[in-house]
Design a protein around this ligand. Structure first.
Ligand SMILES: CCCCCCCCCCCC(=O)SCCNC(=O)CCNC(=O)[C@H](O)C(C)(C)COP(=O)(O)OP(=O)(O)OC[C@H]1O[C@@H](n2cnc3c(N)ncnc32)[C@H](O)[C@@H]1OP(=O)(O)O
Length: 172
């Protein structure tokens, strides 16, 4: 299925998954899609490996955690959460040095918690890992208390290549 991009989400300064200045991180770019799903585009490198040529499962988990957690902002950009539970199924090895997608969406929204699901796939639409996760909703000033995170470290990155990113072909 092909889904149109509605909006690019911000990046952070130093988050392992989306931090633009985290040199060991994945530098993931996130786009909100027309079906309320969120897609992250990333590429792993040798610093992210477990066995040679495959991404570490903990890093795959971090990707899915962040992607599902961010997906809530496709519904309301002022909702922030912290993860309380995540379950991951590693379906196939996640390769390094190739562009891959991580997709997340909310499945259940309540007043203090939300739940969601997600997956990692390759550009041939093969699913490599899936996850379900649960988040506790908190005000961003409570999650990050010593700085104004949104004002100081939540950054819109206007990458030249973004204007070419108009849609994604996904498995579901
Ligand atoms: C930078 C880029 C950003 C990018 C954008 C954002 C993307 C986010 C994705 C990444 C997020 C992370 O990795 S966050 C990092 C990992 N996660 C964390 O650090 C969370 C650490 N845990 C905590 O801070 C705490 O446990 C809290 C805040 C979640 C809850 O503590 P608390 O406030 O003391 O409250 P507590 O009484 O324990 O629980 C409150 C209620 O929630 C329920 N509850 C608690 N845990 C669970 C649970 N697993 N499953 C069911 N229910 C639960 C309790 O039963 C209780 O219900 P009742 O009895 O009141 O009914």
């Amino acid at each position: 299925m092909i889904y149109k991009v509605l909006k690019k989400q911000n990046n952070s300064e130093m988050c392992f998954v989306c931090g633009i200045h985290n040199e060991s991180g994945l530098n993931t770019s996130y786009y909100e899609l027309e079906n309320n799903q969120l897609i992250g585009v990333f590429k792993g490198h040798d610093v992210h490996q477990s066995y040679p040529e495959r991404m570490h499962g903990g890093i795959v988990t971090a990707l899915l955690d962040e992607t599902i957690g961010r997906a809530v902002q496709t519904l309301d950009e002022n909702i922030w959460g912290v993860t309380v539970e995540i379950t991951v199924r590693f379906v196939k090895p996640v390769p390094l040095d190739q562009v891959l997608y991580t997709v997340g969406y909310v499945t259940n929204m309540r007043s203090r918690m939300f739940e969601g699901e997600g997956y990692v796939c390759n550009t041939d639409k093969e699913i490599l890992a899936t996850a379900k996760a649960k988040y506790f909703i908190q005000h961003v000033d409570k999650i990050v208390s010593d700085i104004d995170f949104v004002r100081e470290q939540w950054i819109y990155v206007d990458d030249a290549k973004d204007s070419e990113v108009k849609s994604f072909d996904l498995p579901k």
